[in-house]
Design a protein around this ligand. Structure first.
Ligand SMILES: Nc1ncnc2c1ncn2[C@@H]1O[C@H](COP(=O)(O)OP(=O)(O)O)[C@@H](O)[C@H]1O
Ligand SMILES: [Mg+2]
Length: 297
């Protein structure tokens, strides 16, 4: 292993990061710098745990940045830190030029207009006792939107996610996993956010449904200019949707760069292993990859 391999930014090659705004100084919508998150322990049985080490990541307006890494590497922790839900011990999160690292409850409520989240499990993230209409009305009403305006907006949202207008009167249990994830996406979109943290949004869905949800997210981005932090353990999903990719390993970003470059020609040994582990549909490339994996191991 060379020194470059040890450096967290070893894969950050400016020559491949030419198109997106996130790496251009001053242009980032979201700018995370040297973020450290330490979960406090509770006595000797549960010691404190340093989950994120000096994590820096930038996302430009309208950009999709993938965050990949194995389970337990700290991806969700970073997503939660952006939402003010993780114990940040040092470093900063800046959104649109404002430091939001330690934003209080009131500031967070205002921020929920701009930063939203979609979780992995569409079964547990939607309240089963609420109709789809009330689920979508909730964020709008919380921000003071009138009933009449909310109803118009809900119609728009259902159209945008490809559900018929009568879906509003139905309940989450009446929908498939993919449709529920569409509803969760609609709820995230209700307030026209500028950034959505998507935490493994397709990981619970079957392959063909995954592809349709990814296409929906891409369409929405083209229509609205929203940016995504797209968290996934699956490199092939990230390759499909992301402009740039950051690879997380044990709480550190070990490689960042152009989506196609990182996912096809990774520099860090960990990313190479991750690439070998992600399924590719093409059997020829699959066989080739198995051969290279064997050579690496
Ligand atoms: N509330 C918590 N308290 C203590 N440790 C936590 C907490 N949440 C997550 N962790 C630990 O932090 C690490 C990163 O977790 P997480 O961010 O969920 O990873 P990922 O999303 O990549 O699977 C894991 O080792 C996990 O056990
Ligand atoms: Mg996670």
């Amino acid at each position: 292993m060379t020194d470059a391999d040890n450096h967290p930014d070893s894969g950050n090659r400016p020559d491949t990061d030419r198109t997106e705004t996130g790496d251009r100084p001053g242009a980032a919508l979201l700018d995370v710098r040297d973020l450290n998150v330490v979960y406090r322990g509770s006595g000797w049985r549960r010691p404190s745990f340093h989950a994120l080490h000096d994590v820096s990541i930038r996302i430009g307006a309208g950009e999709t940045v993938g965050l990949v890494g194995e389970s337990g590497s700290g991806k969700t922790t970073l997503g939660r830190a952006l939402l003010g839900l993780a114990p940040v011990s040092s470093g900063s999160v800046t959104f649109d030029g404002t430091d939001i690292t330690r934003a209080g409850r009131r500031a967070r409520r205002a921020l929920s207009r701009d930063i939203q989240v979609v979780f992995q499990d569409p079964y547990s993230s939607l309240n089963p006792a609420m109709s789809v209409e009330s689920i979508l009305a909730e964020p709008l009403r919380a921000q003071g939107t009138s009933r009449a305006e909310a109803s118009v907006r809900i119609g728009e949202l259902l159209r945008q996610i490809g559900l018929t207008a009568d879906a509003g009167r139905r309940y989450p249990r009446e929908f498939s996993g993919g449709q529920r994830q569409r509803i969760a996406i609609a709820r995230a979109l209700a307030l026209e956010p500028r950034l959505i943290v998507c935490d493994e949004p397709v990981s619970a869905l079957d392959l063909s449904t995954q592809a349709r949800i990814l296409d929906l997210l891409i369409d929405i981005q083209q229509q609205t200019g929203v940016a995504y932090l797209f968290i996934s353990h699956d490199l092939s999903v990230v390759r499909y949707i992301c402009h740039r990719v950051a690879v997380m390993f044990k709480g550190r970003i070990v490689e960042t760069g152009d989506g196609a470059a990182v996912t096809s020609d990774p520099h860090h040994p960990y990313t190479r292993r991750l690439l070998m582990a992600s399924p590719l549909p093409d059997p020829v490339r699959q066989a080739e990859r198995r051969r290279r994996y064997a050579a690496l191991a």
